[in-house]
Design a protein around this ligand. Structure first.
Ligand code: URA
Length: 408
């Protein structure tokens, strides 16, 4: 029977709910082997899925674990998810903004995957910060301060954990139906009423072209309709890293700079404003224009930064103990010109090789390492100017400037 199901998808036919249920739950129960599930995932990757199959798979994922319910918490609960990128610390900025504007945000974040960082790893660079809150802790905290950023509990969509790990090692990560059901099942099981998804496109993202991003956007909105949840999407560029820092503690410090109004003129600030505006508009049921005004105000009057400090303190973190590696290397320009590109993937790989991400399951992350881009795209540089500061721990990997920077 399992072989028939795999074969049916190999031939590009639609699988029923019952067939998907049998093979996916069989995998979680240990009755379907890794190689069988890998074959099915590859067949899905190549032949795709109908919307009905994606709805069925999303339901199977959701039903594999707990479904959180926060109906005791008043107001509309909003949530945000990104498909993953380099230097993406938007959650650290927008969650306090939304809460400072009066919205309620329950955010369950994940760890880094490959070269892309994860919010939970970034938050763990703040000594003491708790990422293992229980449902009761979450409820109490949201009542008190309006927001929470914690890790996904083990019982939240366990099917995704199992399938995602297999996708990571079978080159089936970038399948649109699999991404849609993976993300949407977690958002729906996490108890959000309204959701925004940041779909990244570019060399540092899972999707490398806009057409695929549009397909994913449509599919996620359809899943939202099916579950009667408002889903908005933003498609954002990931050919260039987001902001100027890549690396866990460095990214937390950069998020603080945005919250303090020190970083206003770059792609990170713009995306934070766009995402926060959408969240505030959904949370408070106001127009985007009104929401944007509130968002910008919360940065100007310091309330968003204050909320960030409150959030970190509530989760037992101590920002004053955040540490950056004291070994620095200055990467200097070898020519005069204007920076026309900074390759997101190459910067991601560099930070990863410095130790900002895990190569093996048992590796320890070096929270203080990373790259700070001192010059951004569009800036003029002279030969010898510092393009980036590399913070490293033990040894410096080989860095080829021309691979990373395009200077015309
Ligand atoms: N993020 C997820 O949570 N799942 C995917 O499949 C891709 C990105």
């Amino acid at each position: 029977m399992i072989l028939d199901i795999i074969n049916k998808k190999r031939l590009g036919k639609e699988l029923s709910y019952g067939e998907l249920y049998e093979i996916f739950n069989g995998y979680l129960d240990g009755d379907v082997a890794d190689y069988q599930m890998s074959a099915l995932l590859m067949a899905i990757c190549i032949n795709g899925m109908t919307d009905e199959e994606v709805f069925a798979l999303t339901k199977i994922f959701i039903d594999s674990g707990d479904v959180l319910e926060f109906s005791d918490i008043p107001g509309i609960k909003v949530d945000k998810h990104s498909t993953g990128g380099i230097g993406d610390k938007t959650t650290l900025v927008i969650v306090p903004i939304v809460a400072a504007c009066g919205g309620t945000v329950i955010k369950m974040s994940g760890r880094g995957l490959g070269y892309t960082g994860g919010t939970i790893d970034k938050l763990e660079s703040i000594p003491g910060y708790r990422i293992d809150l229980s449902d009761e802790d979450i409820e109490e905290q949201v009542h008190k301060i309006g927001c929470v950023v914690t890790g996904q509990t083990a019982d939240l969509v366990p099917m995704d954990k199992a399938i995602y790990a297999l996708r990571g090692v079978t080159s089936t990560v970038s399948s649109i139906p699999l991404i849609a059901s993976s993300i949407m099942s977690k958002k729906i099981a996490g108890g959000a009423d309204k959701i925004i998804i940041d779909i990244k496109v570019g060399n540092g993202a899972l999707l490398t072209n806009k057409e695929d991003a549009n397909k994913l956007s449509r599919l996620m909105k359809e899943i939202g309709k099916f579950y009667e949840k408002e889903v908005r999407t933003v498609i954002s560029d990931m050919n260039v890293p987001l902001g100027r820092c890549v690396g866990n503690a460095l990214e937390v410090l950069e998020a603080i700079d945005v919250l303090k109004g020190k970083e206003v003129d770059n792609n990170l600030y713009d995306l934070c404003i766009e995402l926060a505006t959408n969240l505030v508009s959904m949370a408070l049921e106001i127009s985007d224009k009104e929401a944007e005004k509130k968002v910008i105000n919360s940065l100007k009057d310091g309330s968003a930064y204050k909320k960030f400090l409150e959030l970190v303190k509530y989760q037992k973190g101590d920002v004053s103990k955040l540490r950056i590696s004291n070994k620095e290397y200055k990467l200097k320009s070898n020519i005069d010109g204007t920076i026309s590109n900074i390759n997101a993937l190459k910067i991601g790989k560099l930070a990863f090789n410095l130790g900002a991400g895990k190569k093996e399951m048992d590796d320890r992350i070096s929270y203080g390492v990373g790259v700070k881009m001192e010059k951004l795209v569009g800036e003029k540089v002279k030969k010898g100017d510092v393009l980036a500061t590399i913070y490293y721990n033990k040894c410096l990997p080989e860095i080829k400037i021309d691979d990373i920077y395009k200077i015309d």
